[in-house]
Design a binder for this molecule. Structure first.
Ligand code: SF4
Ligand code: MG
Length: 332
């Protein structure tokens, strides 16, 4: 079972002008991350704002080019593809964004918003596109009656349905959804999440789901990656991550997720300090300035991102012994 997406050692820096001498500095937005997404699964990237998760989504769909590293799609290395080579691949990867109002043109009719990717990627006639757009509106729980109206006439949840219909129009295999429900009321959030799950089953879709909120991704994820300051600190299956979070950062994030059963309530871990600047990330473990378990080694040596249990990886010195024990290797 080849993964649909495989990301290997991805790096992306942006130049920021700094200081009155105008010298260039770099923000290391994504600093060496690797993960795979299997066909038909939902992989979620979670972390605080600025951790690099949106940049990662844009690197996967090649809206951005990496400085280093590779993106494999369906067994092909697309990292160096030119625009012509990317064209058929772009059709396979669609994005859904956080703010449906900002990403939908308010002057366009809904049927034209939904069918715009068909105009770009297919030779369908305008009559065929209109017909297909109307069908898609029904697929996402709207009706053909909405086709002639404009995006601004709809509520946030309805606009997100329009954005999803648009993404679906070209029958992609991957949808990258960047904070798709963050702008919506909680009751509407679950409707949109349910819709995404139904569509996944119906069309065999693979999702890369991006969110700052571990309580949002719990129900829809198969696997989760937690990011901090441009790097993955932990990846695991959903149950393993929620039941046995290994990284102190994941533990802190989870401690603030509301639970239905009060006897399951964990003590809230409050992290000290702010997220350091990605222009000057801390030495050693990049989480050491805020970690409640910080040891001397953490300030000097960057922990390796390693598999501690099957399909459960973590970058933290607390598990060095587990890893050494497993491999029977001692590092002096
Ligand atoms: Fe905390 Fe050290 Fe683990 Fe980093 S490596 S998360 S500082 S214990
Ligand atoms: Mg973001």
């Amino acid at each position: 079972n080849t993964p649909l997406i495989e990301v290997k050692g991805l790096h992306k820096s942006f130049v920021v002008k700094k200081g009155f001498l105008g010298e260039s500095k770099y923000v290391r937005a994504v600093d060496g991350i690797s993960f795979a997404i299997r066909k038909g699964e939902t992989f979620s990237l979670v972390g605080e704002s600025g951790c690099g998760k949106s940049t990662t989504g844009r690197l996967v769909t090649r809206l951005l080019k990496p400085n280093e590293g590779e993106v494999w799609f369906n067994g092909q290395n697309i990292s160096a593809y030119n625009d012509n080579q990317m064209r058929p691949v772009r059709k396979e990867m669609q994005m859904v964004f956080q703010d449906p109002y900002a990403s939908l043109n308010p002057r366009m009719k809904v049927k034209d918003i939904v069918s715009e990717p068909l105009l770009i990627h297919t030779k369908m006639s305008s009559r065929e596109r209109d017909k297909f757009a109307t069908e898609l509106l029904e697929v996402v729980g709207l009706s053909s009656y909405h086709a002639e109206r404009h995006a601004h006439e709809f509520s946030g949840g309805q606009r997100q349905r329009i954005g999803i219909a648009r993404a679906l129009s070209v029958r992609p295999s991957l949808i990258v959804a960047d904070e798709p429900v963050s702008a919506l009321d909680v009751s509407i959030q679950s409707q949109v999440l349910n819709l995404l799950q139904d569509l996944q089953e119906e069309y065999g879709l693979t999702y890369l789901f991006i969110s700052h909120d571990l309580s949002v991704v719990e129900h829809i994820s198969d696997r989760i990656g937690v990011m901090y300051l441009g790097a993955l600190v932990e990846t695991a299956g959903k149950d393993a991550l929620y039941d046995r979070p290994l990284h102190p950062y994941t533990q802190a994030l989870l401690s603030s997720v509301p639970v239905a059963d009060p006897s399951q309530k964990k003590e809230r871990i409050i992290l000290k300090g702010d997220i350091p600047s990605p222009v000057n990330p801390p030495s050693g473990c990049r989480f050491h300035t805020r970690c409640p378990s910080c040891m001397d080694i953490c300030k000097q040596i960057q922990p390796v991102f390693q598999e501690v249990e099957p399909d459960h990886r973590v970058a933290c010195h607390l598990y060095d012994e587990t890893i050494m024990g497993k491999d029977g290797v001692h590092i002096n």
